[in-house]
Design a protein around this ligand. Structure first.
Ligand SMILES: N[C@@H](CCC(=O)N[C@@H](CS)C(=O)NCC(=O)O)C(=O)O
Length: 224
C-alpha cells in the first residue's frame, strides 16, 4: 500500500497530516497542487470540495482510494500505522476530537487576522482568536503535549496554528500570551519536534510572509 498526500505548499490543514505521517515514521509521497483555483482534472475528481489535503491510498484496486478532510485522514493514518495516538477511552477520544474541530475554527480566525483591512479590524480579529485560545489554555495539560506526556492528534492539529502565530512578531509578542503560559509552552514544545520542523517546505517562512503581504491587510504591511 502506497500513500500519496496531495498538498498545497502553505496549507495548514495538509501540514497536520504531514506531521501525523512523519510522527508515525510512515513512508509517503507528497504531491503539490501549485494552483488550487485551476487544479488538474484528476484532482477535481479526487477531492469533492476541491480542497487539500487528499490522501490517495494506492492498494490492490487499479484506482487509488481518495480520503479527504485532514481530521479524517489523520484518524485513518492513526488507525492503520504504528501505535495509536488517539486515546482508547471513548470519552477522552470524543473530547480530543472536539478540540480538533475547535482547532479548525481557530485557523479560520487566524485567516481573519491576515485579511483585516484596518487597525481596528485587526485588533478585533486578534482579540477573537486570543479569546478562543484562552479556552484552550483551560484544558491543555501542563505539558509537554496537549494530553500530557503523550503526543496526540490534537498536537498535530494545533502545531500549524502555533507555527503561523509565532512567525509574525505582532502575534508572537502579543500581550495576551501573558495569561496563557501553558498554551505558549505547548506551542514552543511542538515547534521543537523534528516532525513539526520538517512538515513545511524549506522556504516556508519567506513564502508565508509574502503570502500575507499579498493579501493586502494591515498585518502584511507590518511584515518585513
Ligand atoms: N476542512 C478541510 C479544510 C481544508 C482547506 O480549507 N484547504 C484549503 C487550503 S489550506 C483549500 O484546499 N482551499 C481550496 C478551496 O477552498 O477551494 C480539512 O480539514 O481538510
Amino acid at each position: 500500500m502506497k500513500l500519496q498526500l496531495i498538498s498545497f505548499p502553505l496549507c495548514p490543514f495538509v501540514q497536520r497530516s504531514v506531521i501525523t505521517l512523519k510522527h508515525k515514521g510512515a513512508p509517503f509521497e507528497l504531491t503539490f497542487i501549485q494552483d488550487l483555483e485551476n487544479p488538474p482534472a484528476w484532482f477535481a475528481k479526487a477531492s469533492p470540495l476541491g480542497k487539500v489535503p487528499v490522501l490517495l491510498v494506492h492498494g490492490k484496486a487499479p484506482e487509488p482510494v481518495a480520503v479527504f478532510e485532514s481530521a479524517v485522514i489523520n484518524e485513518y493514518i492513526d488507525e492503520t500505522i504504528g501505535t495509536p495516538l488517539h486515546s482508547s477511552d471513548p470519552l477522552q477520544k470524543a473530547l480530543e476530537r472536539a478540540w480538533i474541530e475547535y482547532g479548525s475554527e481557530l485557523l479560520g480566525m487566524q485567516y481573519g487576522i491576515y485579511t483585516a483591512e484596518s487597525r481596528a479590524n485587526l485588533d478585533s480579529a486578534k482579540n477573537e482568536l486570543f479569546a478562543a485560545l484562552a479556552r484552550v489554555e483551560k484544558v491543555v495539560s501542563s505539558g509537554p503535549y496537549f494530553r500530557g506526556s503523550e503526543f496526540s492528534l490534537v498536537d498535530s492539529t494545533f502545531a500549524p496554528l502555533f507555527m503561523r502565530l509565532f512567525l509574525f512578531k505582532e502575534l508572537a509578542n502579543d500581550e495576551h500570551w501573558e495569561g496563557m503560559p501553558k498554551l505558549r509552552a505547548w506551542g514552543e514544545a511542538l515547534l521543537k519536534l523534528p516532525e513539526v520542523k520538517d512538515s513545511v517546505i524549506p522556504e516556508f517562512e519567506a513564502r508565508m510572509r509574502s503570502f500575507v503581504q499579498g493579501l493586502g491587510g494591515v498585518l502584511g504591511k507590518s511584515v518585513s
